[in-house]
Design a protein around this ligand. Structure first.
Ligand code: NAD
Length: 464
């Protein structure tokens, strides 16, 4: 099946009418009542419960993804986010009154969180449901209309998103556009008020440039190379299992996946056998035939990842099968910063080891590269973790685990520098999709006091 055939692209001719309809709905005020917002979020929970097998099957067709990974990391995460927002939306959507010094005490003041209008959500393919529906929950909670543009690289998943959004959500307010670059640019040129993009840094820059003329808020959720520093005092068995898990769920195609390891030669020699042991427990000795092992999304990415493997440096794995876009869990050692595998985000199941002689060398290595989305430290000593955190910068950090910092809805999720701009999840999603409008009611009885601001300026008036 060709990549596109599973998905019927949205006709470009329909896009202007769609914008007209959404603008009319937004202006009608339909999305503002909290009751409407809650109903839509409840419907997303229902969708995830009733359609989880349909979602899993689509992602499995797209990239041989194990059903459990769609159930847990798409449906489960989305439902968690919905529940958190439902629990807090009344409080967050309320006007927030503010107190100030005596000079402003006469004024009635508050912050009114208002929706932007029409939000465009451009998704990546690797967690196809989470990366479109999670931002959508935030857009809805803040009272916006929204358009989702899922990635064309997971065409079955994209088609299911379109069908299910139409079935479960209010079509007057929420739409899905299917397609690739042409559709994305037609949407970016359209009547939008906000863009939320997830994907590569290179495309993120294009998105930002394209909408610069409009001066609308842009959130860029990108990726990069997330390093793992394993200190000599780390619990090696736990570190190995967690790194092995994070490197190969979704076949390494996770924005927060541990990209490479920094550790001493001695720690490397203890860590590698444990990582291999964990992979063998997860996928047996034959990951190619494991139903728990995902594959690379398409031929182009298979070719790209496969070219990152330097066979002379492979100490484990390295098997590939182009007919199934399969790459086995792979470890490379004696890797240095100039190797090909260190020049780009791997986004595949290859784990390079770069040895360092000290913690400071690890810090310098990290700081010599773009700020990552995730930074991981394995250590039994909180001071080591603190030193790494305070000497580097990253979108997020997790100590003694990987990826899991994305899970608690009370934490913001987003990058910094080349790994992204802005953040979301929980309250941060509500804020991301809201404009904080200041409102002041100035009482007329205060005119005798305020008249001091009026010209002509005299010394008496301006003396403080
Ligand atoms: P991508 O950049 O190829 O595509 C993302 C979206 O942009 C798709 O919807 C696609 O149709 C659109 N797009 C592609 N080229 C475009 C162009 N020239 N103009 C306008 N739109 C265009 O990304 P991908 O391959 O789907 O995802 C992989 C990347 O995304 C990795 O770098 C990964 O780290 C990152 N990612 C980040 C997060 C996060 O939450 N920070 C999550 C998942 C993936």
């Amino acid at each position: 099946m060709s990549v596109r055939s599973a998905m019927t692209e949205t006709s470009m001719d329909t896009i202007p009418t769609m914008f007209k309809d959404l603008r009319a709905t937004f202006n009608s005020g339909k999305t503002r009542p909290v009751a409407w917002r809650k109903k839509q979020i409840e419907q997303i929970i229902k969708m995830c419960e009733e359609q989880k097998e349909v979602f899993a099957s689509a992602a499995n067709t797209d990239f041989h993804r194990p059903s459990a990974e769609t159930h847990l990391y798409d449906c489960g995460v989305i439902k968690n986010e919905c529940t958190h927002l439902l629990n807090h939306i009344d409080e967050w959507a309320r006007d927030e009154s503010c107190s100030d010094s005596l000079a402003f005490a006469t004024m009635d003041k508050y912050v009114h969180p208002e929706p932007f209008g029409i939000c465009l959500i451009i998704g990546a393919w690797n967690y196809p449901f989470q990366l479109t529906l999670s931002p959508l929950i935030g857009a809805i909670a803040a009272g916006n209309c929204a358009i989702i543009k899922p990635s064309e690289l997971a065409p079955n998943s994209a088609a299911i998103i379109a069908a299910m959004v139409e079935r479960y959500l209010d079509p007057a307010c929420i739409r899905v556009v299917l397609g690739a670059i042409d559709q994305t640019h037609a949407l970016l040129k359209g009547d939008i008020d906000h863009v939320f993009y997830t994907g590569s840094t290179a495309v993120g820059k294009i998105i930002m440039k394209t909408v610069a003329e409009k001066m609308i808020p842009v959130v860029l959720e990108c990726g990069g190379k997330s390093p793992v520093y394993v200190a000599d005092d780390a619990n090696i068995a736990v570190a190995a299992t967690r790194i092995a898990w994070g490197k190969t769920i979704n076949c390494g195609q996770t924005c927060l996946a541990p990209d490479y390891i920094l550790c001493s030669k001695e720690t490397e020699s203890r860590l590698i056998p444990e990582i291999i042991k964990a992979w063998q427990l997860f996928y047996t000795n034959d990951a190619a035939n494991s139903d728990s092992y995902c594959h690379i999304v398409n031929e182009r990415h298979y070719e790209r990842v496969q070219k990152l493997i330097d066979t002379a440096k492979v100490t484990y794995g390295g098997q590939t099968d182009a007919t199934r876009n399969y790459i086995s869990p792979t470890i490379m050692t004696n890797v240095n910063g100039n190797d090909k595998v260190m020049q780009e985000e791997i986004f595949g199941p290859i784990l390079p080891f770069v040895t360092v002689k000290s913690q400071q060398e690890a810090i310098d290595f990290i700081n010599a590269r773009p700020k990552p989305l995730g930074l991981y430290v394995f250590t039994s000593n909180k001071n080591i973790a603190k030193t790494i955190i305070n000497s580097t910068s990253s979108g997020t950090t997790c100590v003694n685990d990987v990826i899991f910092q994305i899970a608690p809805p009370s934490l913001p999720f987003g990058g910094v520098g080349e790994s992204g701009l802005g953040n979301y999840h929980g309250k941060y999603s509500f804020n991301t999709f809201s404009h904080n409008r200041s409102v002041v009611y100035s009482p007329t009885w205060s005119e005798p006091i305020l008249s001091k601001r009026n010209p002509p300026y005299t010394q008496k008036k301006t003396a403080f």
